[in-house]
Design a protein around this ligand. Sequence first.
Ligand SMILES: NC(=O)c1ccc[n+]([C@@H]2O[C@H](COP(=O)([O-])OP(=O)(O)OC[C@H]3O[C@@H](n4cnc5c(N)ncnc54)[C@H](OP(=O)(O)O)[C@@H]3O)[C@@H](O)[C@H]2O)c1
Length: 269
Amino acid sequence: MIHRTIRGIEIPALGLGTWQLTGDACTEGVEHALDLGYRHIDTAQAYENEDQVGTALRNTPVDRDEIYLTTKVWVENLVPAAVRRSTEASLRRLGTDYVDLLLIHWPSTDVPLERTLDAMMVLRDEGKTREVGVSNFTPSLVRRALDHAPILCNQVEYHPFLDQDALLDLAEARDLLLTAYSPLARGRVMEDETMQAIAEAHGKTPAQVALRWLLQQDQVAAIPKASTAAHREANVDVFDFALSEDEMDRIFDLAGDERLIDPSFAPAW
Ligand SMILES: NC(=O)c1ccc[n+]([C@@H]2O[C@H](COP(=O)([O-])OP(=O)(O)OC[C@H]3O[C@@H](n4cnc5c(N)ncnc54)[C@H](OP(=O)(O)O)[C@@H]3O)[C@@H](O)[C@H]2O)c1
C-alpha cells in the first residue's frame, strides 16, 4: 500500500468505496477488503450502510487505528446542531469513537459554509474526527473553505474521462488531498480502447490501469467501489507495475468535461 502524506498526515492512497454496498454484502465486502490489505474505507450518512461498515470494523482482526475511515455529513445536516447530532449518530452506527476524516458531502446553498466548518472543527477539537474536509467543491469553494479552516481533502469525481486540472493545481499549491471518486468512471474505463491497449501492454485490466494512473499522481487517492470479491482483489493488485510518462499522457489526453455524478443540487462547475 502506498500513502499520501498531507501536512504530516498519512493517508492510504487506495481505499474501498461503499456507495450502493448495503446489507451483508457491505459487511462482507469491507471485511474482505481489510483482509486483502485495504486500510482506507469510504462511507457516508447518505449511503445508509454505516451500521454494516461498523459491523465489519468489529469483526475484522485489523485494529481500528490501522484503518483510515471517512464519513460524510449529508446536505440536510449542515447547520451546526445537525452536524453534531448526525456525526454522533454516524459514530454510534460505525461503533467507533472517531472517524479519521469527516467531509461535507455536497456544498450547501442555504447554510453558510463557515458555520458548518466551525461546527466540524469543534468536533475535531473533541476528537470525534481527526480531520475535516469537503466533497464536490469547486476551486472557488475550496479556496473559501481554506480561508476559514484547515481542510485536508476535497473528494470529487475524477477518472480518465474528466479533466480536474484546476483542482489538481490547487491541491498541489495548498497541500490538499484530492480523493478521486468514481475512479473507474463507474466501469466505463473497461470499454475505452486506449485504456484497453495500455492494459494489454502490462498484462493488466483497464480498471487497474485507471487506478495506477491515479496513484501515480502525487496529491491523489482513489476509492474504487467493488461489490464482487474478484474486483476487490484486482483493484488492490496495482502495485507491481508502473505507467510510463507517455502512457500517463495518453490517459490525460482522454479527459473531457462530462460528469457522471451530476445531481440537481451540484454546484456550477
Ligand atoms: N462524494 C461523493 O459525492 C461521491 C459520489 C460518488 C461516489 N463516491 C465514492 O466513490 C466510490 C466509488 O465510486 P463509484 O461507486 O461511483 O464508481 P467506481 O468505483 O468508479 O465504479 C464502480 C463500478 O465498477 C465496477 N468495478 C470495480 N472494480 C472493477 C474492476 N476491477 N474491473 C471491472 N469493473 C470493476 C464495480 O462493479 P462491482 O460492484 O460489480 O464489483 C462497479 O460497477 C463510491 O463507492 C463512494 O464511496 C463519492
